[in-house]
Design a protein around this ligand. Structure first.
Ligand code: AHG
Ligand code: MN
Ligand code: MN
Ligand code: MN
Length: 335
């Protein structure tokens, strides 16, 4: 590390003035996420030792079997954010509807709403593969001091003021943006402190990794099928390398560092794709763009999609700019 040693706490204070809306409130919010991430990290790291893996026994609004750690992470993030009186509303992949938060002084003066995927890649937890947390932050659009409304959550991704993810991997990292570049912090588990380890993260313009669940190949649009065949051709720097973990956070994190593309297209089994616009695609797209990458549904910039429902799904193609441009060209040509 050639840069100066800096903790996440120090970084948040030093960069407070670079927020679009300079406010201690957003700093406190990111500090709370940092705290919840450490609590969840502690639990994830015990998986296999104590009884935290396996199914919880309920199905969430997405129609997925919840894992115990899905529920644990959801509870921890919600508790941490509500008890500190920092946000006015939360929406989560694991909750049917959004949560309205009232401050202790009756009128909630808080300006921010948070949307989270508390545990991403949770089906991987039983087999010791990296999982993550994704978060997205907006300023409310309804008047401060009134209960939040659905409209506060259904904002276009381009309105995000901050977004980030935690990857509970070989080491635990927190990566986030407030619209002024992307920075990554690695947890020193011995002392429970995140240090700036990846300043100003940037996608390589081009890459040689493609990440897609090829088991669904038969079901993909023609343009995506043709693109996958293109990745496998022997020409120029191709064939590309196929890498698919099945945890969006981990697949994206690797591709941002090494150069690559992630694809979750639509198909007859997932007519709008699988990934959730508000909890997964928008925050990851914001980070991608802030790191000089690109994200779209094959035609439209992800951050321009107008949300119509909390748990809406969209096709998701995200990664190195030139690679996403190539997929869009295939979609234009073959549909
Ligand atoms: P989650 O665990 O939050 O429900 O998200 C699962 C998502 C994402 O992490 C991953 O990239 C994708 O589902 C994998 O889907 P397939 O198993 O269909 O490939
Ligand atoms: Mn899920
Ligand atoms: Mn997810
Ligand atoms: Mn999840």
């Amino acid at each position: 590390m050639s840069h100066k040693i800096q903790t996440l706490g120090e970084f948040i204070i030093e960069n407070q003035d670079s927020f679009k809306y300079s406010s201690g409130e957003l700093s406190r919010l990111i500090n709370s996420i940092r705290l919840a991430a450490k609590v969840v990290n502690h639990e994830v790291n015990k998986a296999g030792l104590v009884d935290v893996i396996g199914a919880y026994g309920e199905t969430n609004i997405q129609g997925e079997d919840q894992q115990k750690l899905d529920v644990y992470a959801n509870d921890k993030f919600i508790q941490t954010l509500t008890k500190r009186n920092i946000v006015c509303g939360i929406a989560s992949e694991e909750e049917d509807s959004f949560i309205t938060i009232n401050s202790q002084d009756e009128k909630n003066q808080n300006k921010y709403v948070v949307l989270i995927d508390p545990l991403d890649g949770s089906s991987n937890i039983d087999v010791n593969v990296s999982v993550g947390t994704i978060f997205s932050i907006y300023r409310r659009i309804t008047p401060v001091g009134t209960p939040v409304q659905l409209a506060d959550f259904l904002q276009r991704g381009s309105e995000q003021v901050a977004a980030g993810y935690v990857v509970y991997g070989t080491s635990t990292m927190l990566v986030y943006t407030t619209g002024a570049g992307v920075n990554g912090f690695t947890l020193n588990p011995a002392i429970g402190t995140f240090y700036l380890s990846h300043p100003k993260m940037q996608f390589p313009e081009d890459g040689t990794i493609y990440s897609v669940n090829e088991g669904n190949y038969f079901d993909f649009p023609e343009g995506i099928k043709k693109y996958i065949k293109y990745c496998q051709e022997e020409e120029d720097d191709r064939p590309y390398t196929s890498r698919y973990i099945g945890s969006l956070v981990s697949d994206f994190h690797r591709n941002m560092i090494k150069g690559g593309i992630y694809l979750y297209p639509k198909g007859s089994r997932n007519p709008s794709g699988k990934l959730r616009l508000l909890y997964e695609c928008n925050p990851i797209a914001f980070i991608a763009e802030q790191a000089n990458g690109k994200s779209s549904d094959g035609y439209t910039r992800t951050l321009e999609v107008v949300p119509t429902a909390l748990h809406q799904r969209v096709p998701f193609i995200c990664g190195s700019k030139n690679m996403v441009d190539t997929v869009e060209a295939f979609m234009q040509k073959f549909g």
